[in-house]
Write a protein of this length. Structure first.
Ligand code: MGD
Ligand code: MGD
Ligand code: SF4
Ligand code: MO
Length: 768
């Protein structure tokens, strides 16, 4: 045997042995047309975060047994993080849902899938007949594939005729959307990840990138390693692993980022570092309503009134935001603000801003996005390689599905429901009368669950999301969903607190058990083939919806074959996005490549939008063309600092901040079934500052009781573990369904985006 043959046989043995370890008792004899290593490798985007790493799945027969980073994918160039590497194990938890269940006399009873689908359709028909079209709703996800979301929108908005379509991305990316829309008139980032390879300075505005976007974080560290002048500045409310790796961490008081951004603008004007040539040609100024509320009451409504102002008025409005004046609100010394302004203001430095939930989950979420865009517009550092504001997405397809397909109450695959032309276009492509599509949005997510509680909604279908863990002020919405006369259908892959309250559970085919597409943060659409069979009767979310649509009589609108439906759906959906501003790749391109970025007119990807050097839709005689706005100019908004609705006081003296850890995905339903990840962080805990702990007589590991105005929770304290909140704050991750921190959080939201703020409310902390 020569050396090559020996290595080959070793690899074969190793693959089988590894597989045997993961799936004891399973024989891996059937390897099909296996590659030299004994496995067949197929491309997919990672199942987890919005980074959208390309992965290669190692298949041994009908089993996915291995994962490696796809070197051909520009996002990650062969790298993965811990969740990516372990992702296929999420398919094989021992309690995977393999059959449907129906609640009969209070107990969940297994039934054939066909019977469950019949019941779902019958219940929908009955509810619509009794309570009207707006009494049924679907609540989906940024983890929906593009076909899932497209089919849901077509069924509910086009066929049934209700705008009761929402997704968990309302909890995640809504403020990013309204930020883009108000400043630029078009959604999604102008730049791309390649910006990382050109930037000199990175400013993180409240995101823990080391844990939540690890592969992008390591790309940023690589850039600093290669170019030692590169700086990473972490603006945060809590010390994290990201802070540890940054050149500087500036801790600020929750919500006061609004004042910091304004103070940077104030200082840029003061230092005469405004790019006047840029703003004269490419920006105009606006001011909106102030004192806009928090959405704490049911049926809260808000409409902004933009007023045109000029640069002088903008400058005047910033008078209250000198670096000295904001020290008190922000807790940030004036010299640090000056330092930040000097980085943005230096014409030789390219600056990228990154953010995620710190700025989105914010009762002034739209405003803080506007304020950060202001800095980039005032300095002209936008839409160029290495210069740009970049809103990072959380979920793998919050962009591709929720934002692009438009699975929000106010959206259509192209445009807003309020726009007649957009409705006409949808009606034509969907083959439904235009009168079917209502012109008024109904319920955003929080209001949707309030409507279920009130009884305005009677039927809700929940897919690929676990709201009985992730809704804020959870008790109200759980009690509401369980009320008599409510019918809840849940499609999931594992039992969860949400399947616990369901009337019907539909078992779903997961990720590579079906064909699909996601769209990541940098406008990259990524396709994968079905690679393995789903267990039992599990069925893709797309196909569940099609089955029910047909039972409701919409056979003409859902004519596709099981074999070809993803291609056919993509080709229909593509018709919404014609033209150089949003053209999407062809199905054939998507199948071939590890992702294609839109706009992709004539098969050419666009990396930087609005810049005529890179974007064919930007009119050539202008260097920049913000074509989302009618006059091609972006809007610089004056948005003030306004306090959050609930702040620490004598009764509830601590801030409660919540978020995530690298090992777990959201509610842990998948990552807690991956033993290496679960054992690394087996349960939730409350991080507390050592000084506070000392005052309260709490030691590491002691049980502490957190109490807010909405509920209380006992969990172990963690002192100087992974993160460190400042004095007066506790932090709790939300992955643990056994320790539901959302029973304490507040359902206040940004009046413009309707995205709730999970990062701040007030609690009391005691030794339990
Ligand atoms: N491992 C892992 N990765 C994930 C996920 C996961 O569950 N696990 N989920 C994905 C999803 S859907 C999302 S949305 C992202 C979330 O990604 P991140 O936003 O990075 O993570 P979080 O833990 O939600 O939020 C942490 C940050 O909120 C900031 N913050 C708190 N209060 C404020 C404030 O008032 N203003 C500002 N500006 N910042 C504040 C803190 O400084 C902290 O850095 O992660 C994605 N990636
Ligand atoms: N306290 C607090 N709460 C928060 C946040 C916070 O920062 N703090 N962040 C918010 C944010 S940004 C987000 S994105 C949300 C996330 O909230 P959720 O979307 O509610 O959380 P996930 O755990 O991602 O839920 C996905 C569900 O889909 C299931 N699943 C997996 N694959 C499939 C599939 O192919 N088909 C079907 N049908 N099901 C599948 C999983 O088992 C899981 O139950 O949480 C929000 N809630
Ligand atoms: S960074 Fe995100 S997309 Fe990449 S491997 Fe990790 S979880 Fe997956
Ligand atoms: Mo998210």
């Amino acid at each position: 045997m020569n050396r090559r043959m020996m290595l080959k046989s070793l690899a074969l043995g190793a693959a089988a042995a590894a597989a045997e370890q993961i799936f004891p008792g399973v024989l891996f004899a059937n390897t099909g047309q296996a590659a030299a290593d004994g496995l067949t490798w197929k491309k997919a985007p990672c199942r987890f975060c919005g980074t959208g790493c390309g992965v290669l799945i190692g298949l041994a027969g009908d089993r996915a047994v291995s994962v490696k980073g796809d070197p051909a994918c520009a996002v990650n160039k062969g790298l993965c993080c811990v969740k990516g590497y372990h992702s296929v194990m999420a398919l094989y938890g021992s309690d995977r849902l393999k059959q449907a269940y129906v609640r009969k006399n209070g107990t969940m009873t297994p039934v054939p899938m066909k019977e469950a689908l019949d019941l779902v359709a019958a219940k929908m028909k009955e509810t619509i007949a009794q309570h009207g079209k707006d009494s049924v709703a679907i609540y989906g996800s940024g983890q929906w594939t593009i076909p899932d979301g497209y089919v849901a929108s077509k069924l509910f908005k086009g066929c049934i005729g209700t705008n009761n379509v929402e997704a968990n991305a309302r909890l995640c990316m809504a403020s990013a959307v309204t930020g883009f829309m108000t400043s630029f008139g078009m959604d999604e980032p102008m730049g791309c990840y390649e910006d990382i390879d050109h930037a000199d300075v990175f400013v993180l505005w409240g995101n823990n990138m080391a844990e939540m976007h690890p592969v992008l974080f390591s790309r940023m560290l690589d850039q600093r390693m290669a170019k030692p002048h590169v700086k990473i500045i972490d603006l945060a409310t809590r010390w994290t692993r990201t802070s540890m790796a940054a050149d500087k961490c500036i801790l600020f008081r929750p919500q006061s980022d609004l004042a910091i951004a304004n103070a940077i603008c104030h200082e840029l004007i003061h230092r005469d570092q405004v790019n006047y040539a840029f703003i004269e040609r490419h920006a105009t100024f606006r001011a909106g309503k102030t004192d806009i509320g928090y959405g704490l009451e049911d049926k809260f409504a808000f409409t902004d009134e933009p007023k045109t102002i000029d640069f002088k008025q903008f400058q005047k409005l910033l008078d209250d935001y000198s670096p000295e004046k904001v020290e008190k609100t922000t807790g940030v010394p004036a010299h640090e603000i000056r330092y930040l302004a000097s980085l943005f203001g230096d014409p030789r430095k390219k600056v990228v801003s990154f953010w995620c939930m710190g700025m989105n989950q914010h009762t002034r979420g739209t405003w803080i996005q506007n304020n950060v865009y202001n800095i980039h517009l005032l300095t002209g550092k936008i839409s160029q390689p290495g210069n740009g504001p970049f809103s990072l997405t959380g979920q793998p397809s919050a962009c591709g599905t929720v934002r692009e397909v438009g699975t929000l109450t106010n959206r259509l695959p192209y445009g807003e429901v309020t726009n007649e032309k957009a409705r006409q276009k949808a009606a034509e492509i969907w083959g439904v009368p235009v009168e079917n599509i209502p012109a008024k949005p109904t319920y955003h997510t929080v209001e949707m669950f309030r409507a279920l509680d009130r009884g305005d909604l009677r039927f809700m279908w929940i897919q690929v999301t676990n709201p009985m863990v992730t809704m804020p002020k959870l008790r109200r919405y759980r009690d509401g969903a369980k009320k008599e006369g409510r019918f809840v259908v849940v499609s999931d892959v594992y039992p969860t607190p949400t399947t616990d309250i369901a009337d019907v559970i539909l078992p779903s085919a997961m990720w590579i058990e079906r064909e699909g597409m996601f769209g990541n943060s940098e406008r990259r659409t990524q396709h994968w083939d079905k690679m393995v069979n789903p267990p039992g009767e599990a069925m893709s979310d797309t196909w569940q919806l099609i089955e029910v649509a047909r039972r409701l009589g919409y056979t003409k609108q859902f004519p596709w074959s099981e074999k070809d439906h993803v291609r056919e759906i993509w080709n229909e959906y593509r018709r919404f996005h014609t033209g150089p501003k949003h053209e999407m790749a062809t199905y054939e391109m998507l199948r071939e490549r590890p992702g294609v970025q839109w706009p992709c007119p004539d098969g050419v990807e666009t990396k930087w939008r609005y810049n005529s050097r890179y974007d064919p839709a930007a009119t050539k005689d202008k260097s920049f063309d913000f074509y989302g706005k009618p006059d091609g100019r972006a809007w610089i908004w004056f948005r003030p600092y306004e306090a959050p609705p609930e702040m620490p006081d004598s009764e509830y003296p601590f801030w409660l901040n919540t978020g995530r850890v690298v090992e777990h995905w959201h509610t842990g339903s998948m990552t807690r079934r991956i033993p290496v990840l679960h054992r690394a962080v087996p349960n939730a805990y409350a991080e507390i500052h050592p000084q506070d702990a000392k005052k309260l007589g709490i030691r590491d590991g002691d049980r502490v009781k957190l109490t807010s105005r909405r509920g209380s929770l006992v969990l172990p304290a963690q002192i100087d573990g992974r993160g460190r909140p400042p004095q007066g704050m506790v932090f709790v991750p939300f992955f643990d369904e056994g320790l539901l921190i959302n029973e304490l959080t507040l359902d206040a939201f940004c009046p413009i985006s309707k995205q709730p703020d999970y990062k701040k409310c007030a609690v009391r902390v005691e030794r339990a």
